[in-house]
Every structure is written in structure tokens, then in C-alpha cells.
Write a protein that binds this ligand. Structure first.
Ligand code: HH2
Length: 272
């Protein structure tokens, strides 16, 4: 079970599908499409109807090269959507700002998805006090510059060590072990080859705790296939199937219906 604020999400039957709701003008694949609260809540409703187990609501793009936005602006974007979507199912808030997380939790979120891996002690405190679930993600550098020649001696070992350290810090701050999900952060300070190595080597990260991956529409899929951003669904589903075989327990995606079919079949074909 993934413990999320007094409730639990069952990670044992099949991998969970986390549907992406980007309330941003500039996300890399869907920027501006759901920027009004009404459009974002309508998307949330559609993703739940398609079978999303969790919704991940974000108000700041973290695509390569993105500039940060203020906490006030992020809250203005997401709060009405968190409020409007919270009766649909469990809500995750995609933020690295402690203030934003606290207000989103008050508005109904029960998971904090932090692309900086709970680096900020204030964020660890907020998550511990409120008993929310957390996603601890690996990122090398920061979005503005992270894709400028990322390098690792052994990407899988380094990402696993980072996630283990950050999970230990989180537990020292009072976050329960079973509230924590780990994410290698595909596309965050990684070359196409680094992303492939991480999916191939996911087993060794899964030994540290339940793993979430986000491959949806990402550029390493384009680097492999030549497909443009809106034409990467099949490529992403192939990567999803292998990630599930290698132990992924949560898949973050824009395309819920297709991803749910993929994880269901991949799970059925995976020997435990
Ligand atoms: N990827 C993105 C954003 N948040 N969170 C986690 N835990 N894992 C990911 O792989 C991840 C994430 C980037 O994708 P998207 O939200 O579609 O784009 P943008 O950051 O441009 O809004």
C-alpha cells in the first residue's frame, strides 16, 4: 500500500496510472490547452473516466529550459483545480515549493510530487506533518540548465544512491516509509542513453522502494523514433511495458486509457 493521508493506494495488484493535469501556459506537450480552471477540471474528469487512479496537478512547467514561476502564480493556477478535482479521486500536487504544497493539501491534495526530491527541509516538514504520500524524484541540476551535457559515471547507481539518501532524509523528518515512492526522473538532466539505461536498470532502483516513472511524450522517445511530441504515444507505451516488467508500480502519463491497457497486459505477462 502507498499510504496517502489516512488512505491507501494498492500497489500490489497492477501498476497505478497517474493522469497528468498541467495547468500551465507552457508545458512541453500540452501547454495552454488546460490553462483555465474549467478546462483543467474537465480534463481531470475525463482522465478519471478513462481509469486514472491518481491525478497529478501541476502549475509550473519543469521542461528543459523552463523559467520558475512564483508561488502566488502557481497557487492561482492550481488551487481551483485541486478544489474542483478533489472529489474525483486522489490528488497529487506537482510542486517543489513548501507553501504551495501546504495550501494544495488544505484544498484536498493527498500526495506531493516533488521533482527536487524533497530537497527543502520545509517541504519535508509539511509532508511529515500532514501525513501525505510523496514522490521523491531525481533531477540533476535545475530545469533551466539540466540538459546542458549531463554526465554520470554510472547513471543507475548514482540515481539509486541519490533516491536512497533522499528517502532516508524524508524518514528522518518523520515521513513514513510506506508514504514514499521513488522516481528516476526521466528527462531531468539525462541524455537519451541515460534514460534508456535507467529503464533497463529499473530493478535496482525498485529494490529501494516502489518506483514511479514518467515517460509520456518525452524527448528521448523522439530521439529514438524521430516522432514529434504529439506522435509519441506508441513509443511511450513500449517504454511503459518494459518499465512495468522491470518493476515500475506507478506510471505518470497524459494518455490514461492507453496506458491502463498497457500496464494491465504488461503486468499479466510479468513473472513475479
Ligand atoms: N515529468 C514532468 C513533470 N513532473 N514528475 C515526476 N514525478 N516524474 C516525471 O517524470 C515528471 C514529473 C514533465 O512532464 P510534463 O508535466 O508533461 O511537462 P511540463 O513539466 O512541461 O509541465
Amino acid at each position: 500500500m502507498w499510504r496517502i493521508r489516512g488512505a491507501g493506494l494498492d500497489l500490489s495488484k497492477r501498476p497505478l496510472v497517474m493522469g497528468i493535469v498541467n495547468v500551465t501556459p507552457d508545458s512541453f506537450s500540452d501547454g495552454g490547452k488546460h490553462a483555465s480552471p474549467e478546462a483543467a477540471v474537465a480534463l481531470a474528469r475525463r482522465l478519471v473516466a478513462e481509469g486514472a487512479d491518481v491525478l497529478d496537478i501541476g502549475g509550473e512547467s519543469t521542461r528543459p529550459g523552463a523559467e520558475p514561476v512564483s508561488a502566488d502564480e502557481e497557487l492561482r493556477r492550481i488551487l481551483p483545480v485541486v478544489q474542483g478535482a478533489s472529489r474525483l479521486g486522489p490528488i497529487s500536487v506537482d510542486t517543489y515549493k513548501a507553501d504551495v504544497a501546504a495550501k494544495a493539501i488544505d484544498a484536498g491534495a493527498s500526495i506531493v510530487n516533488d521533482v527536487t526530491g524533497l530537497r527543502d527541509p520545509a517541504m519535508r516538514r509539511v509532508c511529515a506533518e500532514r501525513g501525505v504520500g510523496v514522490v521523491i524524484m531525481h533531477m540533476k541540476g535545475e530545469p533551466r540548465t539540466m540538459q546542458e551535457a549531463p554526465s554520470y559515471a554510472d547513471v543507475v547507481a548514482e540515481v539509486a544512491a541519490f533516491l536512497r539518501t533522499r528517502a532516508d532524509d524524508a524518514m528522518r523528518a518523520g515521513i513514513a516509509r510506506d508514504a514514499i515512492v521513488l522516481d528516476p526522473g526521466l528527462g531531468f538532466g539525462k541524455s537519451p542513453e541515460h534514460n534508456l539505461a535507467l529503464i533497463r536498470g529499473l530493478r535496482s532502483i525498485a529494490e529501494c522502494g516502489p518506483v514511479l516513472v514518467g515517460v509520456s511524450r518525452k524527448s528521448f522517445l523522439g530521439a529514438l523514433t524521430g516522432a514529434a511530441v504529439h506522435d509519441r504515444l506508441a513509443a511511450g507505451l513500449a517504454a511503459t511495458a518494459v518499465a512495468v516488467q522491470n518493476g515500475a508500480r506507478v506510471i505518470r502519463t497524459h494518455d490514461v486509457k492507453e496506458t491502463l491497457q498497457t500496464v494491465t497486459v504488461a503486468q499479466a505477462l510479468t513473472e513475479e
